[in-house]
Design a protein around this ligand. Structure first.
Ligand code: PLP
Ligand code: COI
Length: 341
Protein backbone atom coordinates (compact mmCIF):
# COMPACT_ATOMS: atom_id res chain seq x y z
CA UNK A 1 0.00 0.00 0.00
CA UNK A 2 1.46 3.34 -1.14
CA UNK A 3 0.39 6.45 0.71
CA UNK A 4 -1.05 9.29 -1.40
CA UNK A 5 1.46 11.88 -2.44
CA UNK A 6 0.24 14.77 -0.28
CA UNK A 7 2.16 17.51 1.51
CA UNK A 8 1.00 16.04 4.84
CA UNK A 9 2.85 18.54 7.04
CA UNK A 10 1.12 21.51 5.43
CA UNK A 11 -2.48 20.33 5.29
CA UNK A 12 -5.09 22.68 6.65
CA UNK A 13 -8.49 21.69 8.00
CA UNK A 14 -10.26 21.31 4.66
CA UNK A 15 -12.08 18.76 2.58
CA UNK A 16 -10.10 16.55 0.25
CA UNK A 17 -12.17 13.96 -1.57
CA UNK A 18 -10.98 10.46 -0.75
CA UNK A 19 -11.75 7.16 -2.48
CA UNK A 20 -14.56 5.51 -0.53
CA UNK A 21 -17.37 6.49 1.79
CA UNK A 22 -19.95 4.46 3.73
CA UNK A 23 -23.70 4.74 3.06
CA UNK A 24 -26.68 3.11 4.72
CA UNK A 25 -30.36 3.96 4.17
CA UNK A 26 -33.25 3.73 6.62
CA UNK A 27 -36.48 2.71 4.86
CA UNK A 28 -39.67 1.00 6.01
CA UNK A 29 -38.52 1.23 9.60
CA UNK A 30 -35.12 -0.48 9.22
CA UNK A 31 -31.50 0.25 8.28
CA UNK A 32 -30.25 -1.61 5.20
CA UNK A 33 -26.98 -3.57 5.15
CA UNK A 34 -24.87 -0.52 4.23
CA UNK A 35 -22.09 -0.39 1.69
CA UNK A 36 -18.93 1.43 0.65
CA UNK A 37 -19.21 3.54 -2.48
CA UNK A 38 -16.94 5.64 -4.69
CA UNK A 39 -19.80 8.08 -5.39
CA UNK A 40 -19.09 11.27 -3.43
CA UNK A 41 -22.40 12.89 -4.36
CA UNK A 42 -25.79 12.64 -2.64
CA UNK A 43 -28.98 12.78 -4.70
CA UNK A 44 -32.19 13.56 -2.83
CA UNK A 45 -35.75 14.75 -3.41
CA UNK A 46 -36.03 18.54 -3.41
CA UNK A 47 -38.34 18.21 -0.42
CA UNK A 48 -36.04 16.12 1.83
CA UNK A 49 -36.36 16.85 5.56
CA UNK A 50 -32.74 17.86 5.78
CA UNK A 51 -33.15 20.80 3.42
CA UNK A 52 -36.02 22.73 4.95
CA UNK A 53 -36.13 21.75 8.59
CA UNK A 54 -32.43 20.97 9.11
CA UNK A 55 -33.05 17.42 10.26
CA UNK A 56 -29.39 16.53 10.29
CA UNK A 57 -26.61 15.77 12.74
CA UNK A 58 -22.99 14.68 12.61
CA UNK A 59 -20.01 13.41 14.54
CA UNK A 60 -16.27 13.94 14.30
CA UNK A 61 -13.43 11.61 15.21
CA UNK A 62 -9.97 10.85 13.85
CA UNK A 63 -7.81 7.95 12.75
CA UNK A 64 -4.14 8.08 13.72
CA UNK A 65 -1.06 6.22 12.56
CA UNK A 66 0.78 5.09 15.68
CA UNK A 67 4.54 5.09 16.24
CA UNK A 68 4.61 1.34 15.51
CA UNK A 69 2.64 1.67 12.25
CA UNK A 70 -0.88 0.69 13.34
CA UNK A 71 -3.97 2.66 12.37
CA UNK A 72 -6.23 3.39 15.34
CA UNK A 73 -9.24 5.46 16.36
CA UNK A 74 -9.86 7.08 19.72
CA UNK A 75 -12.97 6.15 21.74
CA UNK A 76 -15.33 5.69 18.72
CA UNK A 77 -17.87 4.11 21.08
CA UNK A 78 -18.43 7.55 22.63
CA UNK A 79 -19.09 9.10 19.21
CA UNK A 80 -21.54 6.28 18.46
CA UNK A 81 -23.33 6.94 21.75
CA UNK A 82 -23.40 10.71 21.27
CA UNK A 83 -24.81 10.36 17.76
CA UNK A 84 -27.53 8.06 19.12
CA UNK A 85 -28.35 10.67 21.80
CA UNK A 86 -28.44 13.41 19.17
CA UNK A 87 -30.65 11.32 16.87
CA UNK A 88 -33.14 10.68 19.67
CA UNK A 89 -33.46 14.43 20.36
CA UNK A 90 -34.01 15.16 16.64
CA UNK A 91 -36.57 12.35 16.18
CA UNK A 92 -34.23 10.41 13.90
CA UNK A 93 -33.64 6.65 14.02
CA UNK A 94 -30.26 6.05 15.69
CA UNK A 95 -27.70 4.14 13.65
CA UNK A 96 -26.87 1.05 15.78
CA UNK A 97 -23.75 1.69 17.87
CA UNK A 98 -21.93 -1.54 17.00
CA UNK A 99 -22.57 -0.90 13.30
CA UNK A 100 -21.32 2.67 13.67
CA UNK A 101 -17.98 1.40 15.00
CA UNK A 102 -17.81 -1.30 12.31
CA UNK A 103 -18.59 1.23 9.56
CA UNK A 104 -15.87 3.60 10.83
CA UNK A 105 -13.44 0.70 10.62
CA UNK A 106 -14.53 -0.20 7.06
CA UNK A 107 -14.27 3.30 5.69
CA UNK A 108 -10.86 3.98 7.27
CA UNK A 109 -9.46 0.70 5.95
CA UNK A 110 -10.85 1.41 2.48
CA UNK A 111 -9.00 4.75 2.50
CA UNK A 112 -5.77 3.54 4.08
CA UNK A 113 -3.71 5.40 1.50
CA UNK A 114 -5.17 8.65 2.83
CA UNK A 115 -4.30 8.04 6.49
CA UNK A 116 -1.46 10.48 7.22
CA UNK A 117 1.85 8.87 8.23
CA UNK A 118 3.07 8.90 11.82
CA UNK A 119 4.89 12.09 12.72
CA UNK A 120 3.46 14.12 9.83
CA UNK A 121 1.30 16.25 12.11
CA UNK A 122 -1.79 15.33 10.07
CA UNK A 123 -4.60 12.87 10.87
CA UNK A 124 -7.56 11.36 9.05
CA UNK A 125 -10.73 13.19 10.05
CA UNK A 126 -13.79 10.94 10.10
CA UNK A 127 -17.18 12.58 9.64
CA UNK A 128 -20.26 10.39 10.25
CA UNK A 129 -23.55 12.16 9.48
CA UNK A 130 -27.23 11.35 9.44
CA UNK A 131 -30.07 13.22 7.75
CA UNK A 132 -33.75 13.07 6.82
CA UNK A 133 -33.84 11.99 3.16
CA UNK A 134 -37.55 11.62 2.34
CA UNK A 135 -39.98 14.40 1.46
CA UNK A 136 -41.63 16.39 4.25
CA UNK A 137 -43.60 19.56 3.77
CA UNK A 138 -45.44 19.92 7.07
CA UNK A 139 -43.12 20.27 10.07
CA UNK A 140 -42.55 16.66 11.12
CA UNK A 141 -39.78 14.08 11.08
CA UNK A 142 -38.90 12.42 7.75
CA UNK A 143 -39.72 8.75 7.27
CA UNK A 144 -36.47 7.86 5.53
CA UNK A 145 -32.88 8.64 6.54
CA UNK A 146 -29.38 8.27 5.25
CA UNK A 147 -26.30 7.62 7.38
CA UNK A 148 -22.94 8.29 5.75
CA UNK A 149 -19.31 8.45 6.79
CA UNK A 150 -16.73 10.39 4.82
CA UNK A 151 -13.05 10.71 5.66
CA UNK A 152 -10.58 13.43 4.75
CA UNK A 153 -6.95 14.04 5.78
CA UNK A 154 -6.55 17.18 7.89
CA UNK A 155 -3.97 19.36 9.57
CA UNK A 156 -4.57 21.87 12.39
CA UNK A 157 -8.08 23.31 12.78
CA UNK A 158 -6.80 26.81 13.45
CA UNK A 159 -4.45 28.49 11.00
CA UNK A 160 -0.99 28.80 12.45
CA UNK A 161 -1.13 25.52 14.40
CA UNK A 162 -0.29 26.03 18.06
CA UNK A 163 -0.26 29.84 17.97
CA UNK A 164 -2.40 31.11 20.87
CA UNK A 165 -5.85 32.23 19.77
CA UNK A 166 -7.68 35.51 20.19
CA UNK A 167 -11.29 35.13 21.28
CA UNK A 168 -14.15 37.54 21.75
CA UNK A 169 -17.07 37.19 24.10
CA UNK A 170 -19.96 36.80 21.69
CA UNK A 171 -23.08 38.93 21.66
CA UNK A 172 -24.91 35.96 20.18
CA UNK A 173 -26.11 32.91 22.09
CA UNK A 174 -25.14 29.42 20.97
CA UNK A 175 -27.65 27.42 22.96
CA UNK A 176 -30.89 27.98 24.81
CA UNK A 177 -31.71 26.43 28.18
CA UNK A 178 -33.50 23.15 27.39
CA UNK A 179 -32.48 23.58 23.74
CA UNK A 180 -30.05 21.59 21.60
CA UNK A 181 -26.67 22.83 22.86
CA UNK A 182 -25.79 19.42 24.33
CA UNK A 183 -26.24 17.50 21.07
CA UNK A 184 -24.39 17.62 17.77
CA UNK A 185 -27.22 18.94 15.60
CA UNK A 186 -26.30 20.66 12.34
CA UNK A 187 -28.61 23.53 13.30
CA UNK A 188 -26.27 24.53 16.16
CA UNK A 189 -23.57 25.21 13.61
CA UNK A 190 -25.84 26.96 11.09
CA UNK A 191 -26.78 29.57 13.66
CA UNK A 192 -23.14 30.04 14.70
CA UNK A 193 -22.01 31.03 11.20
CA UNK A 194 -22.98 34.68 11.48
CA UNK A 195 -21.24 34.88 14.86
CA UNK A 196 -18.00 33.32 13.57
CA UNK A 197 -17.93 35.46 10.41
CA UNK A 198 -18.47 38.53 12.61
CA UNK A 199 -15.65 37.45 14.95
CA UNK A 200 -13.27 36.82 12.05
CA UNK A 201 -14.18 40.16 10.51
CA UNK A 202 -13.19 41.84 13.78
CA UNK A 203 -9.85 40.03 13.87
CA UNK A 204 -10.70 37.22 16.32
CA UNK A 205 -10.21 33.50 15.80
CA UNK A 206 -13.29 32.28 17.65
CA UNK A 207 -16.17 33.22 19.96
CA UNK A 208 -16.50 32.57 23.64
CA UNK A 209 -20.20 31.96 24.19
CA UNK A 210 -21.76 32.71 27.57
CA UNK A 211 -24.86 31.09 29.03
CA UNK A 212 -28.00 32.51 27.41
CA UNK A 213 -29.89 33.06 30.68
CA UNK A 214 -27.50 35.23 32.68
CA UNK A 215 -24.69 35.99 30.24
CA UNK A 216 -22.24 35.52 33.10
CA UNK A 217 -21.02 31.92 32.76
CA UNK A 218 -18.54 30.61 30.22
CA UNK A 219 -20.01 27.94 27.94
CA UNK A 220 -17.89 26.91 24.94
CA UNK A 221 -16.83 28.06 21.47
CA UNK A 222 -18.51 27.16 18.18
CA UNK A 223 -16.56 23.91 17.92
CA UNK A 224 -14.73 23.13 21.16
CA UNK A 225 -15.03 23.05 24.97
CA UNK A 226 -12.87 25.16 27.31
CA UNK A 227 -10.14 24.11 29.69
CA UNK A 228 -8.60 26.50 32.19
CA UNK A 229 -5.57 26.10 34.44
CA UNK A 230 -5.50 27.98 37.74
CA UNK A 231 -2.37 29.66 39.07
CA UNK A 232 -1.89 26.67 41.39
CA UNK A 233 -2.15 24.19 38.47
CA UNK A 234 -5.70 22.95 38.92
CA UNK A 235 -7.46 22.03 35.66
CA UNK A 236 -10.94 23.55 35.51
CA UNK A 237 -13.63 22.99 32.88
CA UNK A 238 -17.06 24.62 32.67
CA UNK A 239 -20.02 22.56 33.85
CA UNK A 240 -23.16 23.25 31.85
CA UNK A 241 -26.20 21.41 30.53
CA UNK A 242 -26.08 23.39 27.29
CA UNK A 243 -22.60 22.56 25.96
CA UNK A 244 -21.56 19.59 23.86
CA UNK A 245 -20.16 16.79 26.06
CA UNK A 246 -16.73 16.79 24.41
CA UNK A 247 -15.01 13.42 24.28
CA UNK A 248 -11.64 15.18 24.23
CA UNK A 249 -12.50 17.20 27.34
CA UNK A 250 -13.77 14.14 29.24
CA UNK A 251 -10.58 12.28 28.25
CA UNK A 252 -8.34 15.18 29.25
CA UNK A 253 -9.85 15.33 32.72
CA UNK A 254 -8.81 11.68 33.16
CA UNK A 255 -5.37 12.41 31.68
CA UNK A 256 -4.88 15.39 34.02
CA UNK A 257 -5.84 13.36 37.08
CA UNK A 258 -4.43 9.91 36.36
CA UNK A 259 -1.39 10.65 34.19
CA UNK A 260 -0.28 14.07 35.43
CA UNK A 261 -1.50 13.90 39.04
CA UNK A 262 -3.29 17.24 38.73
CA UNK A 263 -6.39 18.28 40.59
CA UNK A 264 -9.39 18.64 38.25
CA UNK A 265 -12.67 20.42 38.69
CA UNK A 266 -15.82 20.60 36.56
CA UNK A 267 -17.76 23.60 37.80
CA UNK A 268 -19.49 26.76 36.71
CA UNK A 269 -16.89 29.21 35.41
CA UNK A 270 -17.74 32.91 35.45
CA UNK A 271 -16.52 35.33 32.79
CA UNK A 272 -15.63 37.64 35.68
CA UNK A 273 -12.96 35.19 36.91
CA UNK A 274 -11.15 34.79 33.57
CA UNK A 275 -8.33 37.09 34.64
CA UNK A 276 -7.57 34.76 37.56
CA UNK A 277 -6.54 31.83 35.33
CA UNK A 278 -2.97 31.10 34.27
CA UNK A 279 -3.81 29.23 31.06
CA UNK A 280 -6.77 28.68 28.77
CA UNK A 281 -7.26 26.23 25.93
CA UNK A 282 -9.90 24.89 23.56
CA UNK A 283 -10.32 21.16 23.32
CA UNK A 284 -12.04 18.97 20.78
CA UNK A 285 -11.36 16.43 18.06
CA UNK A 286 -10.61 19.10 15.47
CA UNK A 287 -9.07 21.60 17.92
CA UNK A 288 -7.08 18.89 19.83
CA UNK A 289 -5.91 21.42 22.45
CA UNK A 290 -5.51 24.89 21.02
CA UNK A 291 -4.12 27.49 23.42
CA UNK A 292 -6.00 30.74 23.99
CA UNK A 293 -3.87 33.86 24.45
CA UNK A 294 -6.53 36.46 25.05
CA UNK A 295 -10.25 37.02 25.41
CA UNK A 296 -11.81 40.35 24.55
CA UNK A 297 -14.93 41.01 26.64
CA UNK A 298 -16.55 44.03 25.00
CA UNK A 299 -13.33 46.00 24.84
CA UNK A 300 -11.86 44.70 28.09
CA UNK A 301 -8.92 42.49 27.17
CA UNK A 302 -8.00 39.55 29.38
CA UNK A 303 -4.51 38.27 28.54
CA UNK A 304 -3.50 34.94 30.01
CA UNK A 305 -0.02 34.85 31.61
CA UNK A 306 0.97 32.05 29.19
CA UNK A 307 1.17 34.77 26.52
CA UNK A 308 0.72 34.95 22.75
CA UNK A 309 3.75 32.93 21.69
CA UNK A 310 3.24 29.38 22.91
CA UNK A 311 1.08 27.02 24.93
CA UNK A 312 1.19 27.31 28.69
CA UNK A 313 3.18 24.57 30.45
CA UNK A 314 0.21 22.59 31.79
CA UNK A 315 -1.66 22.85 28.47
CA UNK A 316 1.49 21.56 26.78
CA UNK A 317 1.71 18.59 29.18
CA UNK A 318 -1.95 17.78 28.56
CA UNK A 319 -1.41 18.04 24.81
CA UNK A 320 1.69 15.83 24.84
CA UNK A 321 0.03 13.19 27.00
CA UNK A 322 -3.24 13.06 25.04
CA UNK A 323 -1.52 12.90 21.65
CA UNK A 324 0.98 10.40 23.11
CA UNK A 325 -1.95 8.12 23.98
CA UNK A 326 -3.60 8.63 20.58
CA UNK A 327 -0.39 7.95 18.65
CA UNK A 328 0.61 4.94 20.71
CA UNK A 329 3.60 6.51 22.47
CA UNK A 330 1.90 6.14 25.87
CA UNK A 331 -0.22 3.32 27.21
CA UNK A 332 -3.91 4.15 26.93
CA UNK A 333 -6.56 3.50 29.55
CA UNK A 334 -8.49 0.29 28.87
CA UNK A 335 -10.87 0.61 25.90
CA UNK A 336 -9.74 4.02 24.63
CA UNK A 337 -7.91 2.85 21.51
CA UNK A 338 -9.62 0.83 18.81
CA UNK A 339 -7.01 -0.76 16.53
CA UNK A 340 -8.19 -0.82 12.92
CA UNK A 341 -5.05 -2.31 11.43
N1 PLP B 1 -18.11 21.59 21.32
C1 PLP B 1 -18.59 21.71 20.08
C2 PLP B 1 -19.65 22.71 19.83
C3 PLP B 1 -18.10 20.88 19.06
O1 PLP B 1 -18.55 20.99 17.81
C4 PLP B 1 -17.08 19.94 19.36
C5 PLP B 1 -16.58 19.05 18.32
O2 PLP B 1 -16.99 17.94 18.18
C6 PLP B 1 -16.60 19.86 20.67
C7 PLP B 1 -17.14 20.70 21.63
C8 PLP B 1 -15.56 18.89 21.03
O3 PLP B 1 -16.07 17.58 21.14
P1 PLP B 1 -15.15 16.32 20.90
O4 PLP B 1 -14.03 16.44 21.86
O5 PLP B 1 -16.03 15.18 21.21
O6 PLP B 1 -14.71 16.37 19.50
C1 COI C 1 -14.92 18.19 15.72
O1 COI C 1 -14.06 18.62 16.49
O2 COI C 1 -14.90 17.05 15.27
C2 COI C 1 -16.03 19.03 15.29
O3 COI C 1 -16.99 18.49 14.83
C3 COI C 1 -15.94 20.48 15.43
C4 COI C 1 -16.12 21.19 14.15
C5 COI C 1 -16.11 22.63 14.48
C6 COI C 1 -15.09 20.87 13.13
Amino acid sequence: MEKKNLDWANLGFGYIQTDKRYVSNFRDGAWDAGTLTTDATVSLTECAGVFHYAQTCFEGLKAYTTSDGHIVTFRPDLNAQRMADTAARLEMPPFPKDRFIEAVQQVVLANEEWVPPFGSGATLYIRPYLFGSSAVIGVKPAEEYQFRILVTPVGPYFKGGARPLKLKVSDFDRAAPHGTGNIKAGLNYAMSLHAIVTAHHEGFDENMYLDATTRTRVEETGGANFLFVTKDNKVVTPKSQTILPSITRRSLMTVAKDYLGLEVEEREVYASELADFAECGLCGTAAVISPVGLVNDHGKEIRFPSGMEKMGPVTQQLYDTLTGIQMGRLKAPEGWIKVIK
